[in-house]
Design a protein around this ligand. Structure first.
Ligand code: SRM
Ligand code: SF4
Length: 554
């Protein structure tokens, strides 16, 4: 292995932090024990991400606290590692309790099928992670320069192919897990760590140049957005069984406003692998990125830039050179859409699975809408499983006939309707303000009211039953994968968004910038004539994203 970190003097500071961290320990143990401050040192803030945790502060409170010369209102966000998003009812209940005991009383389902706990104060962090560990879950590698939570088309209870794909997602997640014992030592055993004698066989001591993301899709669903990740797998199913996967590399969403060197990119199919070699392919792609990724400029450190700089052919040759079984030519596949399959579905074994709409993934009790209480009661009383979806919804899975009726009653008793409007159900927004340090404006807190206005506009033109993908983020990092939406809103300034149009229904095409820095009035005034035109002149079955491309609007 060539370790570029030894060859150049201009490494990014994060490389030095990793090198000196003794396999992700740094001074975290000491910093967490320091009670005078709610924060930790800057270098440890980078390291703690590898353990699935971010230091944040409530940005709403910043001005008032600054005026009163108070420290920021610090707290931590912890993110679970849940490959494929599958939770047993016991695990779900423990997470519900944890959010009440140690968090901000909400569970936040993420766009990578995980759960985030916001508002965990420093003294609660170790107890929170012990609660997570007690139900055999963890937060290892949920953030940081390593492979993140591996996504997979849910749900494993719906058929053999889904279960096989989820097993592949779990196998990849396990294989690429950092070997460092730091997480357990720092957060669970509370041992003071003095020296680490360990090795990271796959990552090496400096881990990856940047985060790395993997997803597995089972067609016709592209709910995981296979084109958005560093590495993706498309299951090839024959006679109900997965025989192997088409492999894609080089997707990614993040960009920086005004920096043409950074861009969203869709992944490209580079071949087919058997199901037995899927894990080896993951290791080959990850180690290629480890060795050739940019360790000097973190803005250009994802695999998509390594491919842009060195060429796809070079990277594919490298990947093949590291494989015993080489990639074969890709097989045919077809996706129908990148949304979730909402509502009830019944699998061949007669069990029922409800994909329940959760607006922007926030599981909470708000007024008459007691979603969190309802899910808790379902978990307490019924033999079901819970699956977090890639579009921030939740599946209550494997219910028998009696449980199905009871689920409907519990939800109704708690004021929870099963479905939202067509537009609202498919829409997703990132967290953004007040917790995200990088947010330029709101997303999760604003999208619901914008959807109400867009719904009214669509209804005026008889389009309220037309599925259109809307996604919003509070900055250009792309956490809700907005560049693949038919209508994407990307935060630019407070209350202002870049409006992107032209993604397609299967999530394989990037949209394009149509209006910059638009406030709500401009957004509505811009979309109204486009909706009118779409209602009048669309072709049979034509999606809004395809329409704006055909008409030359973008
Ligand atoms: Fe993200 C950083 C939230 C999925 C691209 N993302 C962040 C941070 C941690 C902000 C920070 O670094 O301080 C956000 C925390 C907000 C908060 O208060 O909770 C954050 N990202 C999220 C979540 C929670 C969005 C959501 O509302 O669901 C998603 C958590 C996923 C998970 O469970 O692991 C989330 N982030 C994504 C995705 C979508 C995906 O992975 O499919 C992307 C685009 C795909 C990609 O990576 O290209 C994404 N997040 C980023 C980036 C840009 C990375 C880049 O290399 O371009 C950042 C900023 C960074 O890393 O420097 C970022
Ligand atoms: Fe924060 Fe930007 Fe990600 Fe939204 S897209 S969560 S604002 S980093």
């Amino acid at each position: 292995m060539t370790d570029k970190t030894n060859e150049t003097p201009k490494l990014s500071h994060n490389e030095t932090i990793k090198t000196n961290s003794r396999f992700l320990r740094g001074t975290l143990a000491e910093g967490l024990g320091e009670v005078a401050s709610g924060a930790i040192s800057e270098d440890d803030q980078q390291l703690i991400k590898f353990h699935g945790i971010y230091l944040q502060d409530d940005r709403d409170l910043r001005p008032e606290r600054a005026k009163r010369k108070l420290d920021k209102a610090y707290s931590f966000m912890a993110r679970l590692r849940v490959p494929g998003g599958v939770l047993s009812r016991e695990q779900y209940l423990a997470m519900d309790k944890l959010s009440d005991d140690r968090g901000n009383q909400t569970l936040r389902i993420t766009t990578r099928q995980s759960i985030q706990f916001h508002g965990v104060i420093k003294t609660n962090l170790r107890p929170a992670l012990r609660q997570i560990d007690s139900v055999l879950l963890d937060t290892i590698a949920a953030c940081g320069d390593v492979n993140r939570n591996v996504m997979c088309t849910p749900n494993e209870f719906a058929g053999r192919a889904y279960a096989q794909a989820e097993q592949t997602a779990r196998d990849i997640s396990t294989h690429l897990l950092p070997q460092s014992g730091a997480w357990r030592e720092i957060f669970i055993n509370n041992e003071k760590v003095t020296e680490a004698l360990e090795a990271e066989p796959i990552y090496g001591a400096t881990y990856l140049p940047r985060k790395f993301k993997i997803a597995v899709a089972v067609p016709p669903q592209n709910d995981v957005d296979v084109f958005a990740h560093d590495l993706s797998y498309i299951a090839i199913v024959e006679n109900g069984d997965v025989v192997g996967y088409n492999v894609l590399i080089g997707g990614g969403m993040g960009a920086t406003h005004g920096d043409a060197e950074t861009f969203p990119r869709v992944g490209e199919v580079i071949g087919f692998c058997t199901k037995e070699s899927a894990v080896a392919v993951a290791e080959a792609v990850v180690t290629t990125q480890r060795d050739y990724g940019n360790r000097m400029n973190r803005r250009r450190a994802r695999l998509k830039y390594t491919i842009a700089d060195l060429g796809l052919d070079f990277i594919v040759r490298e990947v093949n050179a590291r494989l015993k079984v080489k990639l074969e030519p890709a097989r045919d596949y077809k996706f129908a859409g990148n949304g979730d399959r909402m509502g009830w579905h019944t699998s061949e074994d007669g069990r029922h699975h409800l994909t329940l709409f959760v607006e922007n993934g926030r599981v909470a009790n708000v007024g008459a809408w007691q979603l969190k209480a309802a899910l808790k009661q379902i978990a307490e009383t019924l033999d079901v499983a819970f699956i977090l979806t890639p579009n921030q919804n939740i599946i209550v899975a494997k219910a028998d006939d009696a449980a199905r009726a009871k689920i409907e009653k519990i939800l109704a008793d708690h004021g929870v309707t099963l479905r939202g409007s067509v537009l609202r159900e498919a829409a997703i927004a990132c967290v953004a303000l007040p917790t995200c340090a990088l947010a330029l404006t709101d997303a999760e807190r604003y999208l619901p009211s914008l959807i109400t206005k867009l719904d009214a506009l669509l209804a005026e033109h008889g389009l309220d039953q037309q599925p259109i993908t809307v996604r919003m983020t509070g900055c250009p990092n792309g956490c809700a994968r907005p560049y693949l939406a038919e209508i994407g809103f990307v935060g630019r300034n407070p209350g202002r968004y870049n409006l992107h149009l032209g993604g397609n229904v299967d999530g394989s095409r990037l949209n394009r910038l149509y209006r910059e820095d638009a406030d709500e009035e401009t957004i509505l005034a811009t979309l109204a004539p486009l909706f009118a035109d779409y209602a009048q002149t669309r072709q049979n079955g034509e999606g809004f994203g395809d329409f704006v491309i055909r008409q030359g609007i973008v």
